[in-house]
Design a protein around this ligand. Structure first.
Ligand SMILES: Cc1cc2nc3c(=O)[nH]c(=O)nc-3n(C[C@H](O)[C@H](O)[C@H](O)COP(=O)(O)OP(=O)(O)OC[C@H]3O[C@@H](n4cnc5c(N)ncnc54)[C@H](O)[C@@H]3O)c2cc1C
Length: 481
C-alpha cells in the first residue's frame, strides 16, 4: 500500500504531491488529463493570453494619440489560438513543479481517466489502474456549473473558445461573475456584439458596489449590452444562425439571440465521477467536499484541497491548500489554513481588483473612513491616457489600519498586490502614506489615497504624501537645480 495518493494534477494536487513526497511519503499522483489542471490548460494561462491580445488591440487603437499612424488592427483568431497553445506549452515547460515531482520520486499517472473510490483506501482509474493508500488527497477542482433548462446543450462554456475557428459575430454571456465578465470583455475587444446577462441587481456581485457600477458603466461605454435583474432563464432554442435564449425580466418574457451563448453561472465541484459515497466522504449542499480546518474530510484519512472544497477558487489558495493538506496527511493534523489576505482581480477592460473587505461589509462591523482617488487625477494615468478608474481605501477609524482596498482601471490587479502587502503586514494608513512610492507610477495612487484617509483621521503624514505626486517631481527639481 502506498503512503499517499493525490487525485488531480492542478495547482492543489501538484503541490500536495510535492509536499507529501518532500516529507518522505511514498506518493502517487493520478490525474484524468494533462499535468497542470485548469490553471495551466483551461483557466488563467490561456485566458490571460487572450486578454493580452485584447489589450494589444486596444493599445494599437491608442497609437494615433501619440502621432503613430497604423491601420485598424485585424485579428486572425486561429493564429491567436496558435499563440495560446505556444504560451501554454512554454509555461508548462518552464514550470518548476514537474522537475520537483520527478526528482522527489513521485509516481505520476497522467491521462489516467476519471479516478473513483472503490472503498476508503482504494481508487480505480478508468483505464484499469487500481491503487491503495494509507492517505488520499482529493484535488479534482471544479467545472462550469450547468443550468437545468431545456436546450442547455446548445450553450457553450469559456473552454469552447479554444475550439472556435473564428470570432463569433455575436455572443450572449450568461453570468457576470469573474469568468463571464472576462469572456465578455475579451470578445468585445475582438469585435463580437456582446449581450451580458446577470440574474442579480449588479454585475460582479462579490465586488465592492462602486466597482460593479464602474465596470458596468465602462462595459456599456465600450458597447457591451449589460442586462441586470434577469429573473429567470427559461430555455435555449436553435436558430438558423445560432441560439436564442428565452428569459424573463420584470415578469415579462423576453428573448435574445446570438451566434453563441456562453454560460458562466458559477463553478461546481468536479466530484461527479469520484464515487465519494464509497469512501463516506460528505459534500455540502452545493456539492463541494466538506473539510475541517485541517482540510480533513468526513473520513479523517482522506483530505481535500483546492477548488473541490468550494472556498476561494484561485490558484494561490489552491497551492496553499495543497501544502496544508499534504502536511496534515503525512504528519497528522498540525497545520491550519488561517485567514490569509487574498487579493483578487480580473484582466478585463477596465481591470478591477480587491483585497480585504468591501465598504458594505466593513461598515457592518467597523466605524470606517473611506478615501477615494480617481485615476484622472494621477500623473501616470494621464500620461498613458488611462484616466478611467479609481482607488478606494477603507480604514478602521479606531486602529487606523486598512480593512480593504478596491481598484478599477489600468493595472488594478498589480496595484492591489501592494495594498495586499500593506494589509497583511498590518501597516497603519499613515505608514503607507509615508512610503515615498516612485513617481509617476500606477502604484503611487496608494500613497495618495492613504494620505487622504490619514488626513481625515488627523494623522501626521510627511510632506511627500501631503503634496501628493507632484512632490516627486519637486524633489528631483531640488536635487538637480
Ligand atoms: C476562465 C478561468 C479563469 C481563471 N483565472 C484565474 C486567475 O486569473 N487567477 C487565479 O488565481 N485563478 C483563476 N482561475 C481559477 C483557477 O484556475 C483555479 O482556482 C485553480 O486551477 C484550482 O486548482 P485545483 O488544483 O483545485 O483544480 P484544477 O486546476 O481544476 O485541477 C483539477 C485536476 O483534477 C483532474 N481531475 C478532475 N476530476 C478527476 C478525477 N475524478 N480523477 C482524476 N483526475 C481528476 C483534472 O483533470 C485537473 O487536472 C480561473 C478559472 C477559470 C475557469
Amino acid at each position: 500500500m502506498t503512503d499517499v495518493i493525490v487525485i488531480g494534477a492542478g495547482p492543489a494536487g501538484v503541490v500536495a504531491a510535492i509536499r507529501a513526497a518532500d516529507l518522505g511519503a511514498h506518493t502517487v499522483l493520478v490525474t484524468r488529463a494533462e499535468f497542470g489542471g485548469m490553471a495551466a490548460n483551461d483557466g488563467p494561462v490561456p485566458v490571460r493570453t487572450l486578454a493580452h491580445a485584447a489589450r494589444l488591440i486596444r493599445e494599437a487603437r491608442q497609437l494615433g494619440q501619440c502621432g503613430i499612424d497604423v491601420s485598424e488592427p485585424v485579428l486572425d483568431y486561429p493564429r491567436l489560438l496558435t499563440r495560446v497553445r505556444e504560451v501554454v506549452d512554454d509555461v508548462r515547460a518552464r514550470s518548476s513543479f514537474r522537475p520537483q515531482i520527478d526528482s522527489l520520486g513521485v509516481t505520476v499517472h497522467e491521462h489516467a481517466g476519471i479516478a473513483r473510490f472503490v472503498d476508503k483506501h482504494t481508487i480505480e482509474g478508468e483505464g484499469g489502474l487500481r491503487l491503495q493508500a494509507e492517505k488520499i488527497i482529493v484535488c479534482t477542482g471544479g467545472a462550469s456549473r450547468r443550468l437545468s433548462v431545456p436546450g442547455f446543450e446548445l450553450t457553450n462554456t469559456h473552454s469552447d473558445a479554444w475550439g472556435l475557428t473564428s470570432v463569433p459575430p455575436s455572443m450572449l454571456v450568461i453570468g457576470a461573475g469573474a469568468t463571464g465578465v472576462q469572456v465578455a470583455s475579451i470578445f468585445n475587444a475582438f469585435g463580437s456584439r456582446i449581450q451580458l446577462f446577470q440574474t442579480g441587481p449588479r454585475i460582479l456581485p462579490s465586488e465592492d458596489e462602486d466597482v460593479s457600477a464602474a465596470v458596468a458603466a465602462a462595459f456599456r461605454e465600450a458597447g457591451i449590452e449589460v442586462y441586470e435583474n434577469i429573473l429567470n432563464i427559461e430555455s435555449f432554442e436553435k436558430t438558423q444562425t445560432g441560439v436564442r435564449m428565452i428569459f424573463s425580466r420584470d415578469v415579462v418574457q423576453e428573448t435574445a439571440e446570438a451566434t453563441l451563448a456562453v454560460v458562466a453561472v458559477g463553478w461546481a465541484a468536479n466530484a461527479a465521477g469520484l464515487n465519494l459515497a464509497a469512501a463516506s466522504v460528505e459534500t455540502d449542499h452545493r456539492g463541494f467536499v466538506k473539510v475541517d480546518e485541517y482540510l480533513r474530510t468526513s473520513t479523517p484519512h482522506i483530505f481535500a484541497a483546492g477548488d473541490i472544497t468550494g472556498r476561494l477558487m484561485l490558484v494561490p489558495q489552491a497551492i496553499q491548500d495543497g501544502f496544508v493538506a499534504a502536511t496534515n496527511a503525512v504528519r497528522g493534523p498540525t497545520m491550519t489554513m488561517g485567514d490569509p489576505v487574498s487579493p483578487i482581480g480580473s484582466f478585463t477592460n477596465p481591470e478591477y481588483a480587491q483585497v480585504g473587505l468591501t465598504e458594505a461589509k466593513a461598515r457592518q462591523t467597523y466605524d470606517v473612513v473611506v478615501a477615494v482617488v480617481r485615476f484622472d487625477s494621477t500623473t501616470r494615468t494621464i500620461i498613458d491616457g488611462r484616466k478611467m478608474g479609481f482607488c478606494k481605501l477603507i480604514v478602521d477609524r479606531k486602529t487606523c489600519r486598512m480593512l480593504g482596498c478596491h481598484v478599477v482601471g489600468e493595472r488594478a490587479v498589480e496595484i492591489i498586490q501592494v495594498a495586499a502587502i500593506a494589509i497583511t503586514t498590518r501597516m497603519r494608513v499613515d505608514e503607507l502614506a509615508n512610503v515615498p512610492l516612485s513617481f509617476p507610477t500606477y502604484a503611487g495612487i496608494l500613497a495618495r489615497v492613504a494620505a487622504k484617509a490619514a488626513r481625515e483621521l488627523n494623522l501626521k503624514v510627511s510632506w511627500q504624501a501631503h503634496e501628493a505626486e507632484n512632490t516627486g517631481y519637486m524633489l528631483r527639481e531640488r536635487k538637480n537645480p
